[in-house]
Design a protein around this ligand. Structure first.
Ligand code: NDP
Ligand code: HSE
Length: 446
């Protein structure tokens, strides 16, 4: 029998994910060796606090606070510390020493991704990051490899589990936003800084990574239009429910096709003209598969020219679940080490421009409180038509207060965001409009 090669693996971080990765590397070492073609020797685990209580009991002799020594001797470095620094510096050091890097650090990749990929290219190493988007769900590799021969038109999905949990409890159990958020906090679903989840930063980081892969274009967090779930009230959820919709925090990555490449002209002939990447709470028909993504789960819908619609669903977070994605990348990196050859870098050949949110078109539901008087509906309709916003549906709810206020819910056809915003401003300025109580985008065909 030939002697199996041994690859040294350095693990940076032993928190929720890192501790599970360490456990699996130690407990499944024979299986992992068979699949990798090399023994994966866990050389050490970088932590801040050597004495800290951990989810998993780890051999004390593996824990270290000495990053440089650990990284210097490694063939594969797994970064699961999170944050910008010192994670970025450690990854660059690992790449410069020729190690392959595996990371789940979406925040770092959405800001410094191109710098890390460039450093990897220079030495022929790889940066793999299946865990960075949607936890356990394989979505990075399908976009990068399985769909590399196809043309992706649109990705949209639920990539943040904690906000999905909150919106789902509001929808299914009638909880207020505060109640649902408190339960999510008690269950440990929210990040230590909850604004990362609630204000859509986490989803925007993942959207930037997905869009970069799908459209062969560097996209950073700063390119992503972002709204969180702070504006979503129990009333909005209940209204949506009655109208056959559910509100989800969606990440939307879209190839924008100009009218000269209209869909009836057949297949798109180039990469498209531009892309749009955005995160916001939106209405989804209850018939849409994304509507049945409950609790803390994630789901990503990919629409590509040849393959058609594909859906990826599962656990978007959790230590052990995310460890699965990390170890897939580790096995893949080990195989490359054994086979030799340079790693395949990120594809940025298309380098498409990013469309500002004002030029994006989608459908909307506008809810306004108006004086219930003759002519009001015509006035409101006039405001929309003057700005090129075409009305698809109008529903007038019963009078909502003693002053004779009625609630109008106007559904629009596809309209430009800047036209819609101008319409909302004009509506707010009308004497007969008490307030524009909500504006929600509608995504996904029913
Ligand atoms: P944790 O906060 O639970 O763990 C971080 C670990 O890194 C801890 O062991 C900590 O050490 C160590 N660490 C942090 N800073 C330093 C430092 N300066 N020097 C040495 N060690 C340090 O993070 P998670 O395991 O939850 O997440 C890890 C990464 O995976 C993040 O990038 C996250 O975004 C990503 N991710 C997480 C998911 C999840 O479900 N948790 C899902 C998908 C991705 P010590 O223990 O001593 O404090
Ligand atoms: N805070 C993230 C979420 C964790 O709620 O989905 C996984 O990235």
């Amino acid at each position: 029998m030939t002697q199996q090669r041994t690859l040294r693996v350095a693990l940076l971080g032993a928190g929720s994910v890192g501790s599970q990765v360490a456990r699996l590397l130690l407990e499944h070492s024979d299986e992992l060796a068979d699949r990798s073609g090399a023994r994966l020797e866990l050389a050490g685990i970088l932590v801040r606090d050597l004495e800290a209580q951990r989810d998993v009991e780890l051999p004390a002799e593996l824990l270290t606070t000495q990053a440089d020594e650990l990284i210097a001797g490694a063939d594969i470095v797994i970064e699961l510390m999170g944050g910008m620094e010192p994670a970025r510096t450690h990854i660059l050091a690992a790449l410069q020493s020729g190690a392959d890097v595996v990371t789940g650090n979406k925040a770092l990749l959405a800001t410094h991704g191109p710098e890390l990929y460039e450093a990897a290219d220079q030495v022929g190493a790889t940066v793999s990051y299946e865990a960075a988007v949607a936890g356990a769900i394989p979505i990075v590799r399908p976009l990068r490899d399985s769909l590399a021969g196809d043309r992706i038109m649109r990705i949209f999905g639920i990539v943040n589990g904690s906000t999905n949990y909150i919106l789902d409890r509001m929808d299914r159990d009638g909880l207020s936003a505060e109640e649902a958020q408190q339960i999510a906090t008690d269950l440990g679903y929210l990040e230590a800084d909850p604004t990362l989840d609630l204000e859509g930063f986490d989803a925007a980081q993942k959207a930037a990574i997905l869009a970069s892969l799908a459209f062969h274009t560097p996209v950073s967090i700063d390119d992503v239009y972002r709204e969180g779930i702070g504006s979503v009230t129990a009333d909005m959820i209940a209204d949506a429910h009655r109208a056959g919709y559910v509100i989800k925090l969606l990440a939307v990555c879209e190839r924008m096709i100009t009218s000269s490449k209209a869909p009836d002209a057949g297949a798109v002939t180039a990469d498209g003209d531009a892309i749009s990447v955005r995160v916001y709470p939106a209405l989804i028909s209850r018939e849409h598969p994304l509507a049945s993504v409950h609790g803390g789960n994630n789901a990503v819908f990919v629409e590509s020219e040849a393959a058609g619609p594909l859906m990826f669903y599962g656990a978007g977070a959790g230590g052990i679940q995310t460890a699965s994605a990390v170890l897939g990348d580790v096995v893949s990196a080990a195989r490359r080490h054994i086979a030799g050859g340079v790693g395949v870098g990120e594809s940025t050949r298309a380098n498409l421009p990013i469309t500002p949110i004002g030029q994006v078109t989608t459908r909307y539901h506008i809810t306004i409180e108006v004086a219930d008087q003759p002519g009001v509906l015509a006035t409101v309709a006039g405001i929309l038509s003057e700005r090129g916003v075409s009305v698809a549906t109008v529903e007038q709810k019963a009078v909502v207060d003693a002053e004779g206020t009625a609630r109008l819910v106007i559904g629009t056809h596809s309209a430009r965001e800047d036209a819609l915003q101008a319409t909302v401003q004009a509506l707010e300025a009308l004497d007969v409009v008490e307030q524009v109580s909500s504006v929600l985008r509608v995504e996904g065909a029913a």
